[in-house]
Ligand binder design. Structure first.
Ligand SMILES: [Zn+2]
Length: 54
């Protein structure tokens, strides 16, 4: 599952939310500290495992 990093614009707290891509479109994450939804999404590079074809 992809993880999304957010930065709260109110309290400058960075936090990580794990959710599916569909949840990402439906839900609006809130800051766990102050509950603000004014967030800036930090795009983290998704760890891609090189799939070896056997
Ligand atoms: Zn906050």
């Amino acid at each position: 599952m992809p993880t999304y990093e957010f930065l709260c614009l109110k309290c400058q707290r960075e936090f990580t939310v794990i959710m599916t891509i569909r949840e990402r479109g439906e839900k609006r994450p809130a800051c766990p500290d102050c509950g603000s939804t004014e967030l800036e999404s930090q795009f983290t590079s998704v760890v891609t495992k090189t799939s070896r074809k056997s």
